[in-house]
Design a protein. Structure first.
Length: 100
């Protein structure tokens, strides 16, 4: 299945990206080749391959770094004490994604 420019624009919209027309034309063959490679990988017989939990290093069944146990937490005023801007009971942060 060959991708179309409409497909590239749809993927860009999902990723909240605004692409210029030349970028759409540039990314079309790149995305198409990625999907072709994924299709090629899907053709491999992996029935004898054991599932892997970690691909970067060998780990125990539960590779947690520490035990999960209750600890004292900050009081709300202390947690918000250094906030550059705060709401009633929360941090106020600038909007980073604006959609129309």
């Amino acid at each position: 299945m060959a991708l179309t420019e409409k497909d590239v624009r749809y993927v860009a919209e999902l990723a909240h990206l605004e692409l210029a027309e030349e970028e759409v034309k540039k990314f079309l063959p790149q995305l198409d080749s990625i999907l072709a490679y994924m299709q090629k990988l899907n053709e491999l017989d992996t029935t004898e391959v054991e599932p892997m939990a970690q691909v970067t290093y060998p780990a125990a069944e539960n590779p947690a770094l520490r035990k999960d146990r209750p600890r004292p937490t900050f009081h709300q005023d202390e947690a918000l004490g250094n906030a550059p801007e705060r709401g009633a009971d929360y941090f106020k942060v600038p909007r980073v994604i604006e959609r129309e």
